[in-house]
Design a protein around this ligand. Structure first.
Ligand code: ATP
Ligand code: MG
Length: 418
């Protein structure tokens, strides 16, 4: 049997990578304009980083990690997300010692062992950003604005921003008591996972996708009703900035992040057009994370956007991306001497920045013209032994079929031909 790619992974062929590159360029340009710089961290990390940085009670750590041992018996894990790695790099490289805040972004593959289905892969790609070293609500709003603007600029419509505040450990403690009291009488009707959550982390029951659990939690006490004055103020200011930035948001008190180091802002951006897996972006504030993995207390806010989901939403909404197609030329050199001269000419023109395609199989004039047509070249540049002897090259306009002779010595300064 021939070897196939692993389950839950994809090959991106050239027809698809053009769209990926376009989106990546839009991301980089927008990040640059907002003062975010790129950070690149390893694809694998010590397993403990995710156990502590993502949390032992999360699905990611419980069920979804690709974990292996290296030859020295150390447990390593393919990164399932980027925030823990960025927080580790921030602490390890002592970035906190320099003037805060740090505004960082990353782009790259992530790995989660989930049941593969539409919009859910074993290897997928995220664009994420993190602001470390400030808890200013403007940082929260700016991160939301950037994610929202990227989706909108790419052409997605019907976007929905869901927003919540999960407060701080003080607010959560009070809320936990009220929530447990609300849920306890219905415990028997909750799903098996939620019965465990009820005991360990009842907040996460609100997040359960199970229909029965969702029904049972209707009317459960909302965390926003228990916010301490500082968290309430932070939430109000974040919303005021978002209103000023004209980003409509829906308050959603089911949007929770159950771990201790998550604070205040939690958000998600949904895009219609990709079916059930319609969350393209999830983010929030994690003021306790850096400390959790061994650094000094440092506030942080960030998000991660699933690029397969983003592309899926664009396809689902029939958005065509304005993929750049610079004018290209096919250089057709016929015969050994013309091919030698042609090779040098192609090198010179390419070095000068022009797109020059050249046959690599010694094909006939007719099939090379067909090739130029298929590549949608603006011009074919034809160099046979006769043209070479006369010191000219024939430029054939591929749309009109018109041909003109150009002295070889002049070609460089006449490019690109129009
Ligand atoms: P979901 O509820 O869809 O599983 P999540 O809460 O696990 O999402 P995050 O950890 O917040 O997702 O990751 C941020 C984004 O990464 C998601 O909004 C989604 O767009 C994307 N994403 C997450 N898991 C996958 C996956 N297995 N395949 C493709 N994209 C994914
Ligand atoms: Mg998930």
């Amino acid at each position: 049997m021939s070897i196939q790619r692993p389950q839950g992974t994809q090959d991106f062929l050239p027809q698809q990578t053009a769209a990926w590159q376009y989106i990546e360029e839009q991301i980089r340009a927008l990040c640059r304009r907002c003062g975010y710089e790129e950070i690149r961290t390893p694809i694998f990390e010590a397993t403990e980083l995710f156990q502590r940085g993502v949390g032992e009670t999360t699905d990611i750590v419980n069920k979804e990690m690709f974990t292996f041992e290296d030859k020295g018996g150390r447990s390593l894990t393919l990164r399932p997300e980027g925030t823990a790695s960025v927080a580790r790099a921030y602490a390890e490289n002592k970035l906190y010692g320099q003037t805060p805040p740090w505004k960082l972004y990353y782009l790259g593959p992530m790995f989660r062992h989930e049941k593969p289905q539409a919009g859910r892969f074993h290897q997928f790609h995220q664009f994420g950003l993190e602001v470390l070293g400030t808890d200013d609500p403007l940082a929260d709003a700016e991160a939301v604005w950037l994610a929202w603007t990227l989706c909108a600029k790419l052409g997605l419509s019907g976007l929905e921003l869901r927003l919540n505040s999960v407060g701080c450990p003080v607010c959560r403690e009070k809320h936990r008591a009220a929530l447990t009291e609300f849920l306890a009488p219905q415990a028997a009707e909750l799903c098996a996972d939620c019965r465990v959550r009820l005991d360990k982390n009842p907040l996460r029951v609100l997040d359960c996708k199970n229909e029965a659990c969702r029904r049972l939690t209707l009317g459960a006490p909302a965390l926003t009703g228990y916010l301490c004055p500082e968290c309430r103020e932070h939430f109000a200011e974040t919303r005021a900035y978002l209103a000023e930035l004209e980003i409509p948001c829906q308050l959603d008190d089911r949007l929770v992040r159950g771990l201790d180091y998550y604070r205040k802002t939690a958000f998600e951006i949904l895009a219609p057009g990709i079916g059930a897996q319609n969350a393209v972006c999830g983010g929030g504030r994690y003021d306790g994370l850096v400390q959790e993995i061994g650094g000094p207390p440092s506030p942080g806010i960030g998000f991660a956007m699933g690029l397969e989901r983003l592309l899926g939403a664009l396809a689902g909404q029939n958005v065509t991306l304005p993929l750049p197609a610079p004018p290209s030329h096919v250089l057709i050199a016929l015969g050994p001497a013309a091919r030698l001269r042609g090779a040098r000419l192609a090198a010179e023109l390419r070095s000068a920045g022009h797109v020059i395609l050249m046959d690599l199989q010694g094909r006939s004039l007719k099939s090379q013209l067909k090739f130029a047509d298929r590549k949608q070249a603006a011009f074919a540049l034809i160099l046979g032994e006769d043209e070479l002897a006369q010191g000219i090259i024939l430029a054939r306009d591929m749309r009109t079929g018109e041909q003109r002779a150009i002295p070889l010595a002049d070609l460089g300064c006449r490019m690109p031909l129009t």
